[in-house]
Design a protein around this ligand. Structure first.
Ligand SMILES: O=C(O)CCC(=O)C(=O)O
Ligand SMILES: [Fe+2]
Length: 306
């Protein structure tokens, strides 16, 4: 069986085995809020912390509306549906929209406001800082993220770094949402070669591939761990874990946890962000901080000896 309530469980069209040995629910850790030791222990044990209701739901809703208003202004939404539902026009294709999120007070209040920063101060044990770059995604029908670890995109500062994945809408199973490969943070040795990569680095001592020579402006490596998400539970021995997320929830995980997302099977936008937090005292990956974070691309490419 690969369906739950008749909704296919899939990632970029690849069906996942939804039987209980291979697919399950994220564990909720909101009962540990305000207990830093217990939060750290749970993070070490599970490789993630799912914190339902950590954020103010109304503030998240205001953030959602601010994004939907921008889509409405560009004519991306179905005018016959209420704005809040975020129904996309049939010809609209979702995309990565950091430009809608950065400098947007309604979004930054949620992601970098007191609740989130206090949570990371507790988890990290001292003053936290956040990256200035905000990853924000509007996913439409059939769009999802392939399995990966975040380290390959942001390893140039401390590796004691966390991602917060924040839904900006109630994300039912048919809208997709994030999934985590159970206990994958404990299997880092098995993917060491992958984790040591940096999507903006190239091998100085190896000839460029023809593709790289033809498209020097493109990514050298896309950071994807696997395009066979269905095989990973068998290969690593853990289930894919997800849940039905609500506005106000946050899912936090470290750089070595394997994760991806499920397909959106609706005509509504799946809105979510990923933001990053670390100790203020530790080195920062320069690509993601400053007034105009440089981000990925040829301007930050580095030659390394492979
Ligand atoms: O929302 C997604 O599809 C992917 C998010 C992700 O990879 C992350 O939060 O690190
Ligand atoms: Fe990620």
């Amino acid at each position: 069986m690969s369906t739950v309530l008749d909704i296919p469980v899939s990632c970029n069209g690849v069906e996942l085995d939804a039987s209980p040995e291979y697919f399950g629910e994220l564990r909720r850790s909101s009962d540990l809020l305000g207990q830093p030791e217990a939060l750290r222990a749970r993070m070490m044990e599970d490789g993630y912390l799912y914190m339902p209701g950590l954020l103010d739901r109304e503030a998240v809703r205001q953030g959602r509306l601010s994004i939907l208003e921008k889509f409405q202004a560009e004519g991306a939404l179905d005018e016959n549906a209420p704005l809040e539902e975020g129904v996309a026009r049939a010809d609209f294709k979702g995309r990565f929209i950091p430009d809608f999120a950065m400098g947007n007070p309604a979004i930054e209040k949620v992601l970098y406001g007191s609740r989130m920063m206090a949570f990371f101060r507790d988890l990290l044990g001292a003053e936290a800082l956040h990256f200035d770059f905000t990853w924000f995604r509007a996913m439409t029908h059939g769009q999802a993220s392939w399995p990966h670890c975040d380290l390959v995109y942001m390893s140039r500062g401390t590796h004691n770094l966390y991602t917060a994945w924040t839904p900006f809408g109630d994300i039912t199973r048919e809208l997709g949402g994030l999934m985590i490969l159970e206990k994958s943070h404990l299997k880092a040795d098995r993917i060491r070669k992958y984790l040591d990569k940096d999507v903006d680095s190239y091998c100085e001592n190896k000839p460029m591939t023809q593709k790289q020579e033809e498209h020097p402006d493109q990514w050298l490596f896309d950071g994807i761990l696997s395009k066979q998400p269905d095989t990973l539970p068998h290969k690593f021995g853990g289930r894919w874990l997800t849940t039905e997320f609500s506005m106000g929830d946050v899912l936090v995980f470290p750089m070595s946890t394997i994760h991806g997302s499920l397909d959106n099977h609706t005509n509504r936008l799946r809105l979510s962000s990923d933001s990053r937090y670390q100790l203020a005292s530790e080195p920062v990956d320069e690509r993601w901080v400053g007034e105009n974070p440089p981000g990925h691309g040829p301007h930050v490419h580095r030659g390394v000896i492979c």
